[in-house]
Design a protein around this ligand. Structure first.
Ligand code: SF4
Length: 207
C-alpha cells in the first residue's frame, strides 16, 4: 500500500463520501476511458447484507447506480421478497466500477485493478452476509475455478463473513427456470440473517 498512493488514499479516506470521490477519479484500468462514469455502489452503509455483481451495464453507466436496468428490477424484486431493499438494509456494488465495452466480462487484470475499491467498501461496511451474483463475482471473491451451477446455494466462509453464490439476475432473464434456485438461495440468506442480525426479520413472501 505504501508504494501505491491511490491505495493509501483509499485506506485513509476520511469517510464514505471521500472514498466515493476517490473512486470517481480512478483511472487504474482502461475501462474508465470507455465509460460515462464510475458506478461506485448504492444502498445503506449500515447494511449487514452486501450484494456484489459483475459490473455496470448501459443503464447503470448512464444513471451512475448499479442494477437499475431490467436485471436490476428483478434483483429488487428478489430482495424485496426476502425483506430487503437498497433503500433500507442492503448495500449493492460490483466487482468493476466502470462499464466494460459491449457488456463483456471484465478481464482478470481489470478485476484486479478495481478490487482495492471493493475491498475498501467491504472493510468499512463489514457485512455479515454477502450475496454473490453470478460466476464473475463468485470466481473473483471465492475461487477462480468455481462453477456457479455447482456451487450456488452453498455457504462459504471467509474470515467472519458468509458468502452465498447464486445466479446473476441477467442470467435469470435468459433462463427463467433458474429463478426457483435463486429463491431457495434467498431463503437461506433470510434464515442466516435471522440468526446473525435480526431474529424478527420478516420476508415479504412465505419461506
Ligand atoms: S473499473 Fe475500477 S479500476 Fe478500472 S478505472 Fe474504473 S474504477 Fe478504476
Amino acid at each position: 500500500m505504501e508504494n501505491d498512493p491511490f491505495l493509501s488514499d483509499l485506506h485513509w479516506a476520511a469517510d464514505w463520501e471521500h472514498l466515493k470521490n476517490l473512486a470517481a477519479g480512478c483511472t487504474r484500468c482502461s475501462l474508465r476511458a470507455g465509460c460515462t462514469q464510475v458506478v461506485f455502489g448504492c444502498g445503506s452503509i449500515h447494511a449487514h447484507l452486501m450484494v456484489i455483481g459483475e459490473g455496470p451495464g448501459a443503464d447503470e453507466d448512464r444513471l451512475g447506480e448499479p442494477f437499475v436496468g431490467a436485471a436490476g428490477k428483478l434483483l429488487d424484486n428478489i430482495l424485496h421478497a426476502g425483506g430487503f431493499s437498497r433503500e433500507t438494509n442492503v448495500y449493492i456494488a460490483n466487482i468493476v466500477k466502470c462499464r466494460p465495452p459491449g457488456n463483456r466480462v471484465p478481464t482478470p487484470a481489470e478485476r484486479e485493478a478495481c478490487l482495492p475499491i471493493l475491498r475498501e467498501q467491504f472493510r468499512r461496511l463489514r457485512p455479515k452476509i454477502v450475496l454473490l451474483l453470478g460466476a464473475t463475482a463468485a470466481q473473483t471473491i471465492l475461487d477462480p475455478t468455481l462453477a456457479i451451477s455447482k456451487e450456488r446455494g452453498r455457504w462459504q466462509k471467509k474470515g467472519t463473513t458468509l458468502f452465498m453464490p447464486t445466479y446473476h439476475p441477467a442470467a435469470l432473464l435468459r433462463n427463467p427456470k433458474w429463478k426457483k434456485d435463486v429463491w431457495e438461495d434467498m431463503k437461506e440468506v433470510v434464515r442466516l440473517y435471522r440468526d446473525l442480525v435480526d431474529e424478527h426479520h420478516l420476508p415479504e413472501l412465505e419461506l
